[in-house]
Design a binder for this molecule. Structure first.
Ligand SMILES: CC(C)(COP(=O)(O)OP(=O)(O)OC[C@H]1O[C@@H](n2cnc3c(N)ncnc32)[C@H](O)[C@@H]1OP(=O)(O)O)[C@@H](O)C(=O)NCCC(=O)NCCS
Length: 171
């Protein structure tokens, strides 16, 4: 299977912050940002695999600086690293003060998607060729993040096996 450049999966989107999108502190609601991050990252995953995908995990999302209604929110995402059927996607969220043009990193996120065929079975994905400094750094560190995902998955399955599905009043 032919490898693909990270830039081939790159997605760029800029949005405004509307009054409906803010929390009690008048800053962008985290849940709204998370939903946008998942949607944008899924486009990167599908551009890379050119197949259906599902989110297997949101590995991390770090909110570094609050975003206000005076900011534009710029999202950039691309596939950083792949396993056999899984793809790690990085999303960089930049807040731009519209009056001054000053830009800051407001949040960063890593998500993992799995490629599926029409029957819903997992399928192999192309490898990634990084080119820029950012792409290379994230590619080189991808293996370590994949290892910690594997460990977390084991722990997560153990916890799921331990948890009860009984209704609270039947326990
Ligand atoms: C994600 C999913 C397809 C994995 O299916 P599975 O039968 O467990 O597949 P496998 O064990 O063969 O794993 C397939 C790949 O997914 C990765 N993976 C599976 N679960 C994962 C998890 N929780 N976190 C990160 N990666 C995961 C595996 O490491 C493997 O990667 P690799 O092929 O690159 O080595 C399945 O668990 C699923 O459908 N989950 C629900 C997804 C969903 O509903 N998402 C929200 C809406 S899009």
């Amino acid at each position: 299977m032919k490898s693909k450049f990270s830039k081939e999966s790159r997605v760029v989107r800029t949005s405004r912050v509307f009054p409906n999108d803010v929390n009690n502190h008048n800053t962008l609601f985290g849940g709204k940002l998370m939903s946008d991050v998942d949607m944008i990252a899924s486009i990167s995953a599908e551009r890379h695999s050119r197949s259906g995908t599902v989110t297997a995990s949101t590995d991390s999302i770090d909110f570094l600086s609050p975003i206000t209604q005076n900011d534009a929110v710029c999202f950039e995402s691309f596939v950083t690293w792949t396993g056999k059927t899984s793809m790690e996607v990085f999303v960089k969220i930049i807040a731009e003060e519209l009056r001054t043009g000053k830009r800051r990193i407001a949040a960063t996120a890593f998500l993992t998607f799995v490629a599926l065929n029409e029957e819903g079975h997992t399928i192999e994905v192309p490898k990634v060729i990084p080119e820029t400094d950012e792409e290379k750094k994230l590619y080189e560190t991808g293996f370590l993040r994949a290892e910690s995902r594997k460990l977390r998955r084991v722990e997560s399955n153990k916890l799921a096996n331990f948890l009860t599905t009984l209704k609270p009043w039947d326990r």
